[in-house]
Every structure is written in structure tokens, then in C-alpha cells.
Design a protein around this ligand. Structure first.
Ligand SMILES: Cc1cc2nc3c(=O)[nH]c(=O)nc-3n(C[C@H](O)[C@H](O)[C@H](O)COP(=O)(O)OP(=O)(O)OC[C@H]3O[C@@H](n4cnc5c(N)ncnc54)[C@H](O)[C@@H]3O)c2cc1C
Length: 391
């Protein structure tokens, strides 16, 4: 069993590490403090060809989703620099992958061209009236009117609201109740009439994601911008990819905090000992605990990715939920320990630990939340389905 990183994508991981350090980390504090969408980071990632990585090769991408373990490692590295950027990058990368997977050739070519032109795609499914924890229900509806569809409804937690160039709307056809037949993706340009943004994003975490609410009032979507067949967005080879990527993104907050605090502890000396604080036994022990937990969770994420890539998302279902649980809990634990190690500077807004800690808290909530992950991982095992443990 080898669920390590595919050498085909080794260059991407090295580049992600470099971009995180040189481009993303220096801007992360400002995006957080100013609650600003990381536009410069998206421009840089586009210039470096990163925003097209999950497109298939024949559309000018690198088909990175064919190797989810490598994809997750790229996300993890980017997130070490800026968790907000990595999360938004994952959303855009996943939805453009899904559009090319489910769309017609004409649609795939058209959307890929937009990605190569630097356009940003957002994906909006969540609604305030129901939960992704339980059975998915949509109050956002579309109805056919001639050769187009008219969409009405309200979404919340819409990352990149007011910032993306295209919104991918997860909506139900109004004349069909069963979501497995009636849920479609509608792609609409951000300047289409009928979009209204309710700027209510006011969170203590992930402040740069612009995750406002959006109201759709008679938004017109032409027939050739409805993607896939009814129910395709919740297919087992589509939906779990979003949650899988969040594991890597939020674990990256833990990785960023770990790197920062180890460097700090190696350089910080106090009188009268005048030795690096990293050498004090309680601190070296804490560093050891953090590193073991971090490596363990990253391996679980890569294992889930390896399973998904080699045996399909259904076979990886248990492992994906285990990985998301481990990643989110580990990131929360590491960022808290890092603050304790650093002492006072851990609380200061001028240093990144409090930011990593706040962002890691969102990882516990982002679907599937950690409760749901446990439930699904256990259920997979209890039902004896292909899942967590591999023989
Ligand atoms: C930073 C950030 C950005 C996001 N961006 C996007 C985006 O761009 N697009 C998008 O579509 N979504 C996005 N989301 C939204 C996300 O997908 C969730 O829908 C959102 O977090 C709402 O879920 P909730 O945590 O409020 O919990 P809810 O779903 O409202 O549930 C509330 C509580 O009830 C529990 N619960 C609910 N139903 C059940 C049940 N049947 N059984 C047991 N317990 C239950 C939940 O576990 C939770 O504890 C984003 C979320 C975050 C944090």
C-alpha cells in the first residue's frame, strides 16, 4: 500500500510550499484583520497556473483530482500560509472539477476558458432553513420558462459572495420533490440581474472568505448553463470531495501554527538560562505531541485520498469521515497548544497563532462537522460496508 504523493504532482507540492511562505503568509494577517477577500492571492495562483489544476488535461489542467492524496497535500501546504485562501481555492478547484465532470463538452470547454481567463467560481448549496447534517432539503427553486430557468430563494454561508465572477447555485426543480432527481447546478455570472447580497458575514473565524448570504430574485439562467442530470451534485463521486478537501485545508491551520511556534521556541531565550525555550522539557514534550498528531492526521487525510483515487469515493467513505474528524480536532488542539507554548505572543493580533486558532475552529463546524464525521465513520463500520479499516 502506497498512499504517498504521486511523483507526477511532486512539483506542485513544492511550489505550494513556496507560494505559502512567499506569497500567502505575508498577506494573511491583513486579510484577516481587514476581513478582506484574498484577491491578490487568487491573481498570483492564477498566474502560476494553480487555479486550473483540477481541470482535465485536455482542457489545459493537470487533472489533480485524479490523485486526491496529492490534491489534499497541495491544499495543506497552501493553508500553512493562509487558511482562508486555501479554503476558497479548494471551493473553486472542486466546483470547476465538478462542472467539467458533469457538464457537456461544450460547457466544460466554456467554463475552462473562463478559469484560464482568471475568472473565479463560487459554489453555494447551504440554506438557513435546513441542515447538511441531516437529509438535504432545498428551498431554493428553479422553474422552466421557455429556453431558460428562473431561480428564486436564499442561501447563506456563500463564500466569495460579491467577489466571484460566477456563482454555481445548487437548486431544486420546483415540480419534483425527490432531490436525487431534482437537484441541479445552475451557473450564473455574478452580474446577472436578480442577485442581492446580504452582507452579514461577521464571524470570528475565516474572516477573509466573504461568506455572506445571497438572495436570488427571479435570476434567469439560460438552458445551456444548467449542468448535469437531476441529483448529480449529490452523487457519491461528487459530494464527498468537498468535505475531503476541508480536512486538508483546516489541518493546514494546525501545520501553520506548528511551524510558527517551533521556530519561535527555537529562537526565544529567557534569562537566566539563556537557552531556547524549545529545550524546556514541558515545551519539547508539547512540540512532540503536536508533531505526532499532525503527521498522524495528515497521513489519515492522504490515506483517504489514496483510497478515493484507487477504489472510488464510495469505498473511501469511512476513511474520508475519519480523516475529516482527525484533521479538524487535531488542528484545534495544535493551535491551542501553540498559543500556550508561545505565552503572551500567542494572544497578540500581530502574530499568526490566534488567527490559525480561530480559523481552525471553523474546521470543526464545516460540513461534515465532527459529530457527523463520527456518526458516519461508525455507521460505515457497523454496517460492514467498505470503510475505515483496510485489510
Ligand atoms: C467559513 C465557512 C464558509 C462556508 N462557505 C460555504 C459555501 O461557500 N457554500 C456553501 O454551500 N456552504 C458554505 N458553508 C456552509 C456550510 O456548508 C454549512 O452549511 C454551515 O456551516 C451551516 O451549518 P451549521 O454549522 O450552522 O449547522 P446546521 O446545519 O444549521 O445545524 C445546527 C446544529 O444542528 C445539528 N444537526 C442538524 N441536523 C441534524 C440532524 N439531522 N441530526 C443531528 N444533528 C443535527 C448540527 O450538527 C449542528 O450542530 C460555509 C461554512 C463556513 C464555516
Amino acid at each position: 500500500m502506497d498512499f504517498g504523493v504521486n511523483p507526477k504532482y511532486g512539483d506542485l507540492i513544492e511550489r505550494a510550499k513556496r507560494y505559502a511562505k512567499d506569497m500567502l503568509a505575508p498577506r494573511a494577517q491583513e486579510y484577516d484583520r481587514e476581513e478582506k477577500f484574498p484577491r491578490e492571492n487568487f491573481a498570483d495562483l492564477h498566474r502560476e497556473g494553480f487555479t486550473a489544476l483540477t481541470l482535465p488535461e485536455h482542457l489545459g489542467g493537470r487533472d489533480l483530482y485524479s490523485d486526491p492524496a496529492s490534491y489534499a497535500t497541495v491544499l495543506y501546504e497552501l493553508s500553512n500560509g493562509c487558511t482562508n485562501t486555501a479554503m476558497l481555492f479548494h471551493m473553486q478547484s472542486s466546483i470547476i472539477h465538478v462542472l467539467s465532470l458533469l457538464g457537456t463538452e461544450e460547457q466544460a470547454v466554456r467554463y475552462a476558458r473562463a478559469v484560464h481567463d482568471g475568472k473565479i467560481f463560487a459554489s453555494h448549496a447551504s440554506e438557513n432553513t435546513s441542515s447538511l447534517h441531516g437529509k438535504m432539503v432545498m428551498d431554493t427553486h428553479a422553474r422552466r420558462a421557455g429556453d431558460q430557468y428562473i431561480v428564486n430563494g436564499r442561501k447563506y454561508f456563500c463564500s466569495m459572495a460579491g467577489e466571484a465572477d460566477y456563482y454555481v447555485l445548487w437548486c431544486q426543480m420546483e415540480d419534483e420533490e425527490d432531490l436525487s432527481k431534482s437537484l441541479y447546478l445552475f451557473v450564473a455570472p455574478a452580474d446577472a440581474p436578480g442577485f442581492r447580497i446580504d452582507r452579514e458575514w461577521n464571524s470570528f473565524a475565516m474572516q477573509g472568505t466573504a461568506s455572506h448570504s445571497m438572495i436570488y430574485e427571479d435570476v434567469e439562467v439560460p438552458e445551456n448553463d444548467i449542468v448535469g442530470e437531476g441529483g448529480d451534485p449529490i452523487r457519491p463521486d461528487v459530494l464527498p470531495k468537498f468535505g475531503f478537501g476541508y480536512s486538508a485545508v483546516y489541518l493546514g491551520a494546525g501545520g501553520g501554527a506548528y511551524d510558527w511556534v517551533v521556530d519561535y521556541a527555537k529562537n526565544r531565550r529567557l534569562q537566566p538560562d539563556n537557552v531556547p525555550i524549545a529545550t524546556y522539557p514541558p515545551i519539547s514534550r508539547a512540540i512532540g505531541e503536536m508533531k505526532i498528531a499532525l503527521d498522524g492526521a495528515l497521513l489519515m487525510v492522504q490515506r483517504a485520498g489514496w483510497l478515493m483515487g484507487t477504489r472510488g469515493a464510495a469505498a473511501a467513505y469511512g476513511a474520508i469521515n475519519e480523516a475529516k474528524y482527525a484533521a479538524a480536532e487535531t488542528a484545534a488542539m495544535i493551535t491551542e497548544k501553540a498559543i500556550k507554548i508561545a505565552g503572551g505572543p500567542g494572544l497578540m493580533r500581530d502574530f499568526p497563532l490566534q488567527r490559525f486558532h480561530r480559523d481552525a475552529r471553523a474546521g470543526l463546524i464545516m460540513p461534515p462537522n465532527t459529530e457527523k464525521c463520527l456518526e458516519l465513520a461508525g455507521k460505515t463500520l457497523a454496517e460492514g460496508k467498505a470503510g475505515a479499516l483496510m485489510t
